[in-house]
Design a binder for this molecule. Sequence first.
Ligand SMILES: [Zn+2]
Length: 128
Amino acid sequence: MDGTRKIEGCINCGEVREIAAHGLCFKCYRREDRAKGRQLIGVDRHNPGIRREHKKMFRGFSSVMTGLSDLGVSKTDVLAIRGVIDPYLDPIAKYLAAPSGQVDAAVNGEQELRNSSQCTDEQDLNGE
Ligand SMILES: [Zn+2]
């Protein structure tokens, strides 16, 4: 018999078993360990929400929308083009308004982006 392990009531499941560590039986200890591992995989503490490549994509998207606006492209065509470039926007899609029937929101989001970015090309083009 292996007498090195304590036999106690597990603080998690209450079963009287061999205790692995921290008052947990092997079953609960292992489960907690896996949960912790999963958490660590899911949380990347060194990644800001919007990364540099995202910023670049926002700028690209903003340029496209600005360009379409300058060209006076119709709503239908804007939506069509939006549909075409949509897959490219996948990494930043969660930061953008839903593309279907949400043009106003998308344009507003785009304006906010444009206002907050340092890019002033558009002003030069407009001669404002
Ligand atoms: Zn347990």
